[in-house]
Design a protein around this ligand. Structure first.
Ligand code: HEM
Length: 809
C-alpha cells in the first residue's frame, strides 16, 4: 500500500487527474493486459518472470550456448508445470487423440507451442539497450525520443480527418480487434504492483510536463511486459510471453481453461449462458449470475467486472472468453455475434440429432464456431487487408481452397505469434479508430452517434440499441484508413473516466511497448524483408515512405534513421495498391497468418480437421454476412461483403445488399450434419453394446471391437463426399443408384432393424449418392462391396446374440 501511494503520489502531482480517475485508468489498462488465468497458470507466470529476471540480472547475458540453453529449458519447465498434462504431445500420445481442439491449447505441437505462456517468436533478434532486457535505446546508447512527443509531432503533420477509409468498413477493424483477442494477450509484470513517474526497472514512463493536453500531468507510464527467457547464440535475453494459446481457436468466446468454459456454459445443456435476444437484455452471461451458480467461478468473473469510473450507469458486467470484450461497444457486440452463433448451431444440431448427448453437440458447435471464425479471417479479412497483393506474398500461399488441403505432416515449429506482429504490425489498426460509436437500423441508416471517448468499457450504446444495431453501424460506417496519427478518442482520451477531461495516448503507449519488448528499429526490418523470398515482390513498384519521413527523422530521431521505432516506420509507409498498409507491415502480418495456417494442427481447411467433406462444404457456405443474419436481431438484409466499404471494389467484386432469407436458405444443417455417417455408426455401436449387455450375451466386447474395426473401413466415405454435388457420383446421384441415403434414428428397442437400415441407407445409400468417383481413392471404391459383405457377416454375429434371427445365441 505504501509503495502504491508513493508511486501514485508522483503521478498525481498531476492535478489533472484525481486519485480515483488515475486508478480507473490503471485498472482499465490492467483489464486489457491481464487474466483471467487459472491458479496454476498464474503461479507459473509469476515464477518464470522471477526466474528470468534473476537469471539475466545476476549473471549478465553472456554464456556458453549450452548453458544458456539449459537455463532456457528450465524456464520452459516452469511454464509447462505438470508437463505430462500441459506440454506438447507426441503422435503416440493417446490423450491427444481427440477430434476437438483442447480448450487450453495442449496437444497442438510437440514443442508445447499452441498452449498459454509460450514466448513470442521474433523475426529479428531482440534489441535491448543493455543487450538482454532494458528497453531499446538509440544506436549511440542515448535515450530514444519521448513517445508522446513523437505522437504529438506526427499529429501536427498529419490530420487523421484527411484519411477517411474508402476501401473497408469499420467492421473490419472490429473483427481485427476480436481476432487479436483470440490469439494473444501480453501480461504486465507481476514484480511491481503499480508504476508511476519514478524510475523503476519494471516500468517505462515518459514526461508529459510540457504537453498541451497533459500539461498538468507529470508523466504517462506503462508497466513493462512479463517475461521468460530466450537464447540467441549463447546470449540469454528476456522474451515476452503470451497468456493465450497463440492460435485461432475461438478462445475469445470460450476462454482458455475448462474452469472458464464451465463458468460460461449453461449447466446440463450444450449451450452458453446468456441467450436473451431482447435489446437491453442479458446478451451474455452476467458475472452475478455465474457467481450465484457457483462461487468458485469468481476468479473467472472478477476480471470482467466493469469499473464504475467508466461504466457510470452501472450496467451489468458480462462474461465472455476474454475480459477485453467491452473495451468498446463495437467489440462487445461482435462478441455477442459469435456467442450466439454457438447457441444457434448447437440448437440446429440438437434438431438434427435429438438423441445425441450434450457433449457431442457442444463440441461440434464449438468446432464449427472455430472454423467459421478462421474462415472469416482467411477468406474475408485477409483479402480485404491485402487484396491483389496476396498473389505477391509467398506465391499466393495464403489464398483459400475450395477443397480440403493436405498440409505437410512436418510442422517444424508449431503455431507461434511473432513479437513484431503483437507490438507493431497488428496495432496499426489503432490509427484507424474513429471518434464515434454508431448504431444503424435495419435499413442501415445511422440512428445514433456517441463519443467513443465516453464509452470505453461502457456497454451503454449496446444496451440502448442492441448488438445488431451496432454491428450494422460498423458495417455501414467507414472510419479512418491507417496512417501516422490517431483520432482524439485514442490520442488523448484512451480509457478516459467519465469525470475526467482526458485519458491517455495509445500511440505513445504503442511506441513505448515496442521499446519495452526490445523490438529492432524499422529500418532493420525494411532492409531484411526487401530481400526476403516471401516478401520481396511486395516492394516492387511501391511508392516508398510518406512525405515528412525525413523531417521526422531529423526532428525526432536526431538524424538517426536506424532509431525510428518499427511501429512509427510501419505507419509511415505508403500503402500498397489496394491494401490497408505498406510492404513491411503487410509482410509481418502475412508471415504471421502463414504460420497460423501451416503450423496449427487445427487449421479449418486441413483435410483432417473435420474428416467430413459435408461439414467442410457447409462451413464454406457460411460467411460473416450469413452469421449476422443467423444471430442478430432485426436483420432483413445485409451487405454481402460487410468488411468492404460501400461503393468500393475488392478483387473484382463490389459490395451489394442481399436478403437474409436468401442467404439462410443455403444453410441446411439437417442435410450436412445428417450426413455424418461416422456419428450414425457411433450411435448404432452404442445401441448394440447396450443391447448385448442387456441381453446378457457372451463376450459382447469382442463383437463391439469387431464392429468398430469394420466401421473404420468406411471412414473414407465422408472424407470424400460432396453434398453440394459430384460431377461423377458413385451411384449416379441422389436417387439414381440402387440405394438412397436416408437419415434414420437409431432405436434401442429395434436394434435389428437399425442395423439393416445402417447398411442399406447409411453405407450403401451414402456411397451411391455422395461419394465422388473423381476424388475417392480407387482402391477404396474397389473394396467397397467386399467390405460391406464383411460388415454384414460381423453384424450378423451380433444380431444372432441379440436374437434378431429368433432364439438368442
Ligand atoms: C477502440 C479500439 C481499440 C482500443 C481502445 C485499443 C486499446 C488497446 C490497448 C490499451 C492495448 C494495450 C497497449 C499496451 O499496453 O501495450 C492494446 C493492445 C493491442 N491492440 Fe488494441 N485497441 C483497439 C483496437 C484494436 C484493433 C482494431 C486492433 C487490430 C486490428 C488492435 C490490436 C491490438 C494488438 C495486436 C495489441 C497488443 C495486445 C497484447 O500484446 O496484449 N487493437 N489495444
Amino acid at each position: 500500500m505504501k509503495l502504491l501511494s508513493t508511486l501514485l503520489a508522483c503521478a498525481l502531482a498531476d492535478r489533472g487527474h484525481t486519485e480515483d480517475e488515475l486508478n480507473t485508468i490503471i485498472a482499465a489498462h490492467r483489464m486489457i493486459r491481464n487474466g483471467p488465468l487459472t491458479d496454476a497458470v498464474s503461479s507459473s507466470l509469476s515464477s518464470v518472470e522471477a526466474f528470468a529476471l534473476e537469471s539475466v540480472e545476476s549473471f549478465g547475458s553472456q554464456r556458453s550456448f549450452s548453458d544458456a540453453e539449459k537455463i532456457v529449458s528450465m524456464a520452459r519447465n516452469i511454464t509447462n508445470p505438470s508437463s505430462s498434462e500441459r506440454a506438447g504431445y507426441s503422435d503416440a500420445d493417446d490423450e491427444c487423440d481427440s477430434e476437438y481442439p483442447f480448450i487450453d491449447g495442449r496437444c497442438n505441437h510437440p514443442s508445447g507451442n499452441g498452449q498459454p505462456l509460450q514466448t513470442y517468436a521474433r523475426l529479428l533478434p531482440a534489441s535491448y539497450c543493455d543487450g538482454y532486457g532494458s528497453p531499446r535505446c538509440s544506436s549511440d546508447g542515448q535515450p530514444l525520443p519521448n513517445p508522446r512527443e513523437v505522437s504529438v509531432y506526427l499529429r501536427s503533420k498529419f490530420d487523421p480527418a484527411d484519411r477517411p477509409n474508402k476501401k473497408t468498413s469499420h467492421f473490419l477493424n472490429v473483427a481485427g480487434q476480436f481476432i487479436t483477442h483470440t490469439v494473444l494477450k501480453t501480461p504486465d509484470r507481476k514484480s511491481i504492483a503499480t508504476c508511476g513517474c519514478e524510475e523503476n526497472k519494471h516500468c517505462l514512463n515518459w514526461s508529459t510536463e510540457n504537453d498541451a493536453v497533459f500539461a498538468e500531468t507529470e508523466c504517462n507510464f506503462i508497466t513493462r511486459s512479463s517475461v521468460s527467457l530466450g537464447n540467441y547464440d549463447g546470449n540469454l535475453v528476456l522474451e515476452q510471453v503470451n497468456q493465450l494459446t497463440g492460435t485461432f481457436q475461438a478462445g475469445v468466446i470460450y476462454g482458455f481453461s475448462e474452469h472458464h468454459l464451465n463458468a460460461l456454459r449453461l449447466p446440463g445443456t450444450p449451450f452458453i449462458d446468456g441467450n436473451d435476444m431482447t435489446i437491453g437484455g442479458d446478451v451474455l452471461p452476467r458475472t452475478k449470475t455465474i457467481n450465484a451458480r457457483d462461487s468458485s467461478f469468481m476468479n473467472v468473473t472478477t476480471p470482467f467486472e466493469l469499473n464504475p469510473g467508466l461504466n457510470e450507469r452501472g450496467y451489468p458486467s458480462f462474461v465472455s472468453g476474454d475480459p477485453r470484450a467491452f473495451e468498446n461497444a463495437f467489440l462487445g457486440s461482435f462478441h455477442v455475434l459469435f456467442h450466439r452463433l454457438h447457441n444457434v448451431v448447437a440448437q440446429e444440431l440438437q434438431n438434427v440429432f435429438p438423441n445425441a448427448d450434450n457433449e457431442y453437440i457442444f463440441n461440434e458447435a464449438r468446432k464449427f464456431n472455430i472454423a467459421i471464425q478462421q474462415k472469416m479471417l482467411y477468406e474475408e479479412m485477409i483479402p480485404a487487408l491485402f487484396a491483389e497483393n496476396l498473389e505477391k506474398f509467398d506465391g499466393g500461399s495464403l489464398k483459400s481452397s475450395d477443397v480440403p488441403i493436405f498440409q505437410s505432416e512436418d510442422r517444424p515449429i508449431g503455431p507461434v505469434v511473432f513479437n513484431e506482429f503483437t507490438t507493431s504490425a497488428f496495432r496499426i489498426a489503432h490509427s484507424e479508430q474513429p471518434n464515434h460509436v454508431v448504431s444503424a437500423d435495419s435499413n442501415y441508416n445511422i440512428t445514433r452517434q456517441a463519443e467513443l471517448k465516453d464509452n470505453f468499457f461502457d456497454p451503454h450504446v449496446m444496451m440502448l440499441d442492441g448488438p445488431g444495431a451496432i454491428c450494422r453501424g460498423a458495417a455501414k460506417f467507414q472510419s479512418l484508413s491507417a496512417g501516422p496519427s490517431f483520432a482524439d478518442s485514442v490520442h488523448h482520451n484512451l480509457l478516459k473516466p467519465h469525470t475526467a477531461s482526458f485519458g491517455t495516448d495509445l500511440f505513445a503507449i504503442n511506441i513505448a511497448r515496442g521499446r519495452d519488448h526490445g523490438i529492432e528499429g524499422y529500418k532493420a526490418y525494411f532492409d531484411l524483408f526487401k530481400k526476403d523470398p516471401e516478401c520481396a515482390k511486395l516492394y516492387r513498384g511501391w511508392d516508398g515512405m510518406m512525405p515528412k519521413w525525413r523531417s521526422l527523422i531529423r526532428n525526432q530521431y536526431r538524424e538517426r534513421e536506424e532509431d525510428v521505432d518499427l511501429y512509427v516506420g510501419l505507419l509511415m509507409e505508403e500503402h500498397l495498391p489496394g491494401a490497408a498498409t505498406g510492404p513491411t507491415a503487410s509482410c509481418i502480418m502475412m508471415k504471421q497468418f502463414k504460420n497460423s495456417k501451416t503450423e496449427d494442427r487445427w487449421f479449418y481447411e486441413n483435410d483432417n480437421f473435420w474428416k467430413s467433406r459435408a461439414k467442410f462444404d457447409l462451413v464454406k457456405k457460411i460467411d460473416v454476412a450469413t452469421v449476422m443474419c443467423m444471430t442478430l436481431e432485426n436483420m432483413e438484409s445485409v451487405p454481402d461483403m460487410p468488411f468492404i466499404a460501400e461503393g468500393s471494389e475488392i478483387l473484382g467484386r463490389k459490395r451489394q445488399m442481399v436478403k437474409c432469407a436468401d442467404l439462410l436458405r443455403n444453410v441446411d444443417f439437417k442435410k450436412s450434419y445428417g450426413l455424418d455417417i461416422n456419428k450414425k455408426g457411433e450411435e448404432l455401436l452404442d445401441a448394440i453394446e447396450k443391447g448385448l449387455k442387456d441381453a446378457g450375451a457372451r463376450n459382447p466386447d469382442k463383437n463391439v471391437k469387431q464392429i468398430k474395426k469394420i466401421m473404420k473401413r468406411f471412414d473414407w466415405m465422408s472424407e470424400n463426399a460432396n453434398v453440394v454435388g459430384c460431377e461423377n457420383p458413385a451411384g449416379a446421384g441422389i436417387g439414381a443408384g440402387d440405394h438412397s441415403y436416408f437419415d434414420f434414428a437409431v432405436a434401442d428397442f429395434d436394434i435389428c432393424y437399425s442395423i439393416k437400415k445402417y447398411i442399406e441407407f447409411t453405407l450403401k445409400g451414402f456411397y451411391d449418392d455422395f461419394v465422388c468417383l473423381d476424388n475417392a481413392p480407387s482402391r477404396k471404391l474397389q473394396n467397397f462391396s467386399r467390405h460391406v459383405n464383411k460388415a454384414n457377416k460381423i453384424f450378423n454375429r451380433a444380431k444372432g446374440k441379440l436374437g434378431c434371427f429368433g432364439e438368442r445365441r
